[in-house]
Design a protein around this ligand. Structure first.
Ligand code: ACO
Length: 363
């Protein structure tokens, strides 16, 4: 039995592949460096969802229909959202999505893609005492998310940075949240149930919940000079360094590079967090040195969450929304996997080995 199902192949897929030794992510036959910063999120969705439904809209069709779905979802935001505002943004987004009618069709998929993109900025603004900003369906998905967040015209560089992020995190093999989506899809419960299960799995700090704690770590370290001492003490106290290590990658996560480049491009366009970037580079270098010395048998490298934290902070998202921003991108992968599972898979029903007591048989 494999604790954590390491190396267990749970399914066949045509969607994505993660080569942990080579540091290569392939989505639908293209490597991440052919996609991140090159194609738009809508183009990526057209690629990911090309076999998912009878209808096969191209990227332009998806852009138009997701824009309309954003408008439709915006109208469903309850006037009395107050009870939700006490929750972290990510939990409130999940609660609002749980109201959707389940289904297995493209229309349900488009609503699920629009949901985190609309609910997240609206809830952030409501929590700040601001009025939600209505979507503009003429904008790209990424540009409109930032427009709804900030209530202003966003720069092409900001929109490009978020677009790169959404593409970069859109799919990633049999990660925990995608597996959760496939398990639920295998019961034919529908896309809403599958996506909600995945969303629940994503929020844990060992998966998509790490970027908030990455920023807490940077705040606590404060200056690059302090990194070495702080990180050594955290490891002495038995803590894990957030944003480092991965179940599959034994080399640097290629998504970390894609996001670092997106952040560099953004930092070059103004005063976008240049000091923070320097601190992060110092902390990353110190963490890699220390981890290599203290855990020589386990190569622990930078993962996607480290630069996610910086990119999303620079774009103006608060920490309690980071997981729902991750969901804005990963939802495409969840839907594609859920559909692949229902189309070609069987009910997922593994076994367990019982190690508890047995009943004592009456003589
Ligand atoms: N800092 C310090 N030590 C670590 C770290 C880390 N970030 N990651 C793993 N280790 C150590 C463990 O303590 C363990 O050491 P030991 O054998 O001396 O006890 C060893 O490495 C192996 O740990 P496992 O838990 O078996 O490794 P696993 O493959 O399950 O870990 C995980 C993957 C959960 C991502 C882990 O590296 C981690 O907790 N990282 C920090 C949280 C994080 O960044 N999460 C985001 C992941 S990316 C994503 O899901 C989108």
């Amino acid at each position: 039995m494999k604790n954590g199902l390491d190396d267990v192949v749970a399914t066949e897929t045509t969607l994505s592949d993660v080569d942990g030794l080579g540091g290569i992510l392939i989505i639908r036959g293209r490597s991440l460096d052919e996609l991140a910063g090159v194609v738009s999120y809508e183009e990526l969705l057209a690629l990911l969802l090309s076999d998912a439904f009878d209808e096969k809209p191209d990227a332009d069709g998806l852009r138009r229909r997701i824009g309309l779905a954003r408008q439709e979802i915006f109208r469903t935001i309850p006037d009395a959202a107050a009870p939700l505002l006490t929750l972290p943004v990510t939990d409130a987004v999940r609660a609002l999505t749980a109201q959707f009618t389940d289904g297995d069709d493209l229309a349900t998929a488009l609503r699920l893609i629009a949901a985190p993109a609309v609910f997240t900025p609206a809830l952030i603004r409501l929590k700040n005492g601001q009025t939600p900003v209505a979507p503009d369906p003429s904008l790209s998905h990424a540009a409109d998310i930032l427009h709804m967040l900030h209530g202003r015209t966003v720069t092409p560089q900001e929109a490009a940075a978020l677009d790169t992020y959404l593409v970069t995190v859109s799919d990633h093999g049999m990660n925990a949240s995608t597996f959760a989506a496939r398990v639920v899809a295998s019961t034919h419960a529908g896309l809403v149930s599958s996506v909600l299960a995945a969303f629940g799995a994503l929020k844990g700090p060992l998966h998509g919940g790490a970027p908030g704690p990455v920023l807490d770590m940077l705040d606590a370290i404060g200056t690059p000079d302090n990194a070495e001492t702080w990180l050594e003490k955290a490891l002495d106290d038995g803590e894990r360094l957030m944003g480092f290590g991965h179940r599959i990658y034994r080399v640097r996560d290629p998504r970390a590079d894609a996001l670092m480049q997106a952040l560099r491009r953004l930092a070059g366009t103004g005063n976008h967090g240049a000091g923070r970037f320097k601190l992060a580079e110092g902390v990353e270098a110190a963490a890699l040195r220390i981890l290599a010395r203290r855990k020589p048998d386990r190569p622990l490298k930078t993962n996607v969450e480290f630069y996610t934290a910086l990119l999303l902070e620079t774009l103006g998202f608060p920490r309690d929304s980071f997981t729902s921003v991750f969901a804005m991108g990963r939802v495409g992968g969840w839907i594609a996997h859920a559909r692949e599972q229902t189309q070609h898979g069987r009910l997922i029903r593994p076994q367990s080995r019982y190690t508890g007591p047995r009943p004592i048989k009456a003589a």
